[in-house]
Design a protein around this ligand. Structure first.
Ligand code: FMN
Length: 203
């Protein structure tokens, strides 16, 4: 299924840019090499995300498919995720810095919003990828302890997510059980997400 299909499968109630509904998380990757310029434009988009105190706490560790470090990143994903992520063009571990030295201070102070900021950077990356005709899939199901060890991630950096990036393949190329899940997801009704003036949600 192409991104164009995805655009028509997800309808927004209000007028928004089609990138928002066009981004989804396919599992069928085509195993095609990605050029540095295409990859670095994703980090560039992430770079312009907003962050508390402009602290920019996101850091991306990547491995391209077929490179020396590829198998160590793929090996972090749990078995189910490895089955489809194996055909991504690049895998990226997103980590965030948990403290920084503020202007005028000598000691670091905690960055309370480091994960929120890293999430904003991931979203920028994903939307830029959609714009460029690439697909992305966030992976929470991976071994964070192993990631810290294998990738030499020091203390003071929180391990957020693994991200698969690449080119969309055919649904039929996926194992059968995964094919069933290969479609853009819907969303809850808009009215369930906002309330005026005070908290007024049933869940
Ligand atoms: C933080 C995070 C962790 C996720 N972990 C996984 C995962 O381990 N395996 C997987 O197949 N999808 C994973 N996903 C993908 C979500 O299931 C997907 O984003 C969600 O169902 C919404 O669908 P959409 O991205 O196609 O709009 C993850 C997404 C996020 C944001």
């Amino acid at each position: 299924m192409s991104n164009v299909h995805a655009l028509s499968a997800r309808k927004a109630d209000y007028d928004i840019h089609p990138l928002f509904t066009g981004r989804w998380s396919p599992r069928s990757f085509r195993n095609q090499p990605i050029e540095d310029a295409a990859l670095f434009s994703l980090f560039e988009a992430a770079r312009w995300a907003p962050s508390a105190n402009n602290s920019q706490p996101w850091r991306f560790i990547y491995a391209k498919n077929g490179s020396q470090t590829w198998s160590s990143l793929l090996g972090l994903a749990n078995e189910n995720n490895q089955r489809w992520a194996t055909n991504a063009s690049v895998l990226i571990v997103l980590v965030s810095k948990t403290s920084h030295v503020r202007n005028g201070d000598s000691e670091p102070s905690p960055l309370r919003n480091h994960s929120l900021d890293a999430g904003a950077a991931w979203t920028n990356l994903a939307l830029q990828a959609t714009h460029a005709g690439l697909i992305t899939h966030a992976i929470g199901g991976f071994d964070r302890e192993k990631a810290r060890e294998v990738l030499a991630i020091p203390e003071g950096f929180h391990i957020e997510i693994l991200i698969a990036v690449g080119y969309q393949g055919e649904r039929s190329a996926l194992p059968e059980d995964i094919q069933l899940r290969e479609q853009p997801t819907p969303r809850k009704a808009l009215a369930g997400f906002y309330a005026e003036g005070r908290f007024n949600f049933s869940e």
